[in-house]
Ligand binder design. Structure first.
Ligand code: GRF
Length: 208
């Protein structure tokens, strides 16, 4: 039997992407387990779902640290207690130091609610509406030191309707995120793709 892979998920808030990953892992019987969910905010509502699912949770308040680097050192010490094969950022709203990112090179994924490289940063749905794009979406990417710029693993696309608001557009994108992210995490666990020399290499090379 193959060894179970270990996943650590980082959240800051509602954790709906975390939830979609936890649910898919259970429903599809992934050869992996969610070893821990860590939040930088004590009031992250996603923590309750993880606890109810029997997953160890931990809060490391970034506010308790004077420097970003100190927070990152404490965070990675907690992550590394679980010896993860993969670290998943799921609505984790902190910019990470290059040292942190380097430590998890090739095993740190993020989901960003836009079709990168369009609209990095915050308020992506507002950015999309202001730009007048006809298509918007979400991107799963490996995390690098440059915010929202890492090698792209997969994307999902939605149409932008003429009467969309930030809220209606966010909802349409989020529904896609909840399919996109579990699939990307599962494929990583199964070794379908990996990062090599800054590029995503896929085993199923004929996939678009
Ligand atoms: C998602 O839109 C995700 O793409 C972005 O932050 C949001 C988090 O939502 N990074 P949730 O906490 O997963 O519900």
């Amino acid at each position: 039997m193959r060894a179970m892979k270990r996943i650590v998920i980082l959240i800051s808030g509602r954790g709906s992407n975390m939830r979609s990953i936890i649910e898919a892992a259970a429903a599809e019987q992934w050869p992996a387990r969610i070893a821990a969910v860590i939040s930088n905010k004590a009031d992250a509502s996603g923590l309750a779902f993880a606890e109810a699912a029997g997953i160890p949770t931990k809060v490391i308040e970034h506010r308790a640290f004077a420097e970003r680097a100190q927070f990152d050192v404490a965070l990675s010490a907690e992550i590394d207690r679980h010896s993860p094969d993969l670290v998943v950022l799921a609505g984790f709203m902190r910019v990470l130091t290059p040292a942190f990112v380097q430590h998890y090179a090739g095993r740190l994924l993020n989901i960003h609610p836009s079709l990168l490289p369009s609209f990095p940063g915050l308020a992506t749905h507002r950015q999309a509406l202001e730009a007048g794009v006809k298509f918007h979406g979400a991107t799963v990417h490996f995390v690098t030191a440059e915010l929202d710029h890492g090698p792209i693993v997969d994307q999902a696309c939605v149409p932008v309707m003429h009467n969309d608001t930030e809220a209606t557009l966010a909802e349409r994108v989020l529904a896609q995120e909840h399919m996109l992210y579990p699939r990307a995490v599962r494929e990583f666990i199964e070794g379908v793709y990996h990062l090599a020399h800054g590029r995503v290499i896929r085993r199923d090379a004929d996939r678009h």
